[in-house]
Write a protein that binds this ligand. Sequence first.
Ligand code: THU
Length: 162
Amino acid sequence: MEIGRIEITFKKYHAVGELAPGDIALIGKAKLLAKSAYAPYSKFRVSAVACMSDGSFVEGTNQENASYPIGLCAERVLLAAASSIAPGLSITTMAITYESDEVNTIAPIAPCGICRQSLLEFESRFGNSMRILLTGTEGLVYEFESVSALLPLGFKAKHLGR
Ligand code: THU
């Protein structure tokens, strides 16, 4: 027996201004977008904005429901929209942020497990790395070079022989 160990590596910026102008703009879009999330139950508004391979943008926000389990995360709303509107385009970079009426939102949050798996499928489908930028309401930004970096040991089509 031996102990296996997996390390997640990401870049940590202490201020949004340390990023490239395109990334700053993407985060700015996401911060504005969070305000329009439909989250009357959790009061936790999440937004995701993707820069597509042709330079266009696709957005998603969380969509809740009085029947709680029906609710959708912002990331998967975005992926469904991107795959419907522009099925041939990969995502170059996705910015994800959030705001809340009830909890401290200073630190970045990372996508939930279901969203990580959905993001991985999207990344694998096109074979291009999707950069992920995570931020809260203050300056801290985490950058992952790919979804695989955020979800090591992910389950992929190849495990099904596809
Ligand atoms: N949420 C997202 O939109 N993305 C995530 O990755 C985590 C959670 C949403 C779902 C729900 O509407 C609210 O945040 C609280 O869980």
